[in-house]
Design a protein around this ligand. Structure first.
Ligand SMILES: [Mg+2]
Length: 262
């Protein structure tokens, strides 16, 4: 039997950038009784709390003991957080950052310049559509992320922006000319993640095996961007058993099936 269930977040556990549903919160909480649960995504730590942990507390009364089996592989697993139960009830302070591999300031600057120039040259720099205080390019410490319409744009608007990934493929192609020393991956609905080579989910999944002391065969992975060029593809390429989903509804369906045969 598998020991670890690992999940991409956006479009796999939730509607991109929104908290998981009550159903997913309940299913994941049940899974914590049987498996180590490892979400891995390009997002920041605080988004893991907002999108995954808080709904599990709100909807499913997840316990500290259960949370000790939840492992957060932040920024594609270039940061890893685990929960240390205190016995006094849930406290955000009990999340320990076990490791962190950040980009240098110089790398962040180079990537930011390449993406901004590329998007502007192609006419895909949508600064006028940003909500106040929002930004298109975000430094997530271990990666730089381009979100075409910013973080705060509406879901529908985001879906409509680049449903076939063609705009982002063009931006990526130009970025590769301007700053070829970095890797660019398409994810979510409007995003491109830029990283140093190898600092993608391959890095995160390798660390997962190391820190959880499990073998590849012990892990089942869920993702929506498993095609070549997608941000889940490195996991497929490494040979992990993978379930490709179209949305969190497919994931819920699969998890119900797994819980039923335990
Ligand atoms: Mg995804």
């Amino acid at each position: 039997m598998k020991k670890v269930l690992s999940f991409d977040i956006d479009q796999t556990l939730n509607v991109a950038k929104t908290p998981i549903t009550e159903e997913i919160a309940e299913l994941l909480t049940k899974c914590l009784n049987h498996f180590e649960i490892c979400p891995i995504s390009g997002q920041k730590f605080d988004q893991f709390l907002i999108q995954i942990v808080n709904p599990m507390l709100d909807y499913a009364n997840v316990t500290e003991e259960q949370l000790s089996h939840l492992h957060l592989f932040v920024a594609q697993g270039t940061q890893y957080y685990k929960y240390n139960p205190s016995g006094a009830g849930y406290d955000e302070k009990n999340w320990e950052r076990v490791y962190n591999y950040p980009l240098t300031d110089e790398q962040v600057e180079k990537i930011t310049k390449a993406i901004e120039e590329s998007a502007k040259e192609l006419g895909f720099w949508e600064e006028d559509k940003l909500k106040p205080g929002d930004e298109i390019i975000e430094n997530r410490l271990s990666q730089v992320t381009f979100s075409a319409l910013g973080q705060k744009a509406g879901t529908e608007e985001k879906y409509a922006w680049d449903p076939d990934c063609k705009k982002r493929e063009k931006i990526v192609a130009l970025c590769k000319e301007k700053a070829p020393e970095f890797q660019y991956e398409i994810g979510g609905t409007t995003s491109i993640n830029a990283i140093t080579p190898g600092m993608n989910k391959e890095f995160g999944m390798t660390k997962l095996l190391e820190y959880l002391k499990v073998k590849k065969e012990d892990v089942l992975y869920f993702g929506d961007m498993t095609q070549p060029g997608g941000n889940d593809y490195p996991v497929v390429k490494m040979g992990f058993d993978t379930i490709t989903v179209r949305s969190h509804e497919d994931t819920a369906f699969a998890l119900r099936g797994i819980l039923n045969v335990l």
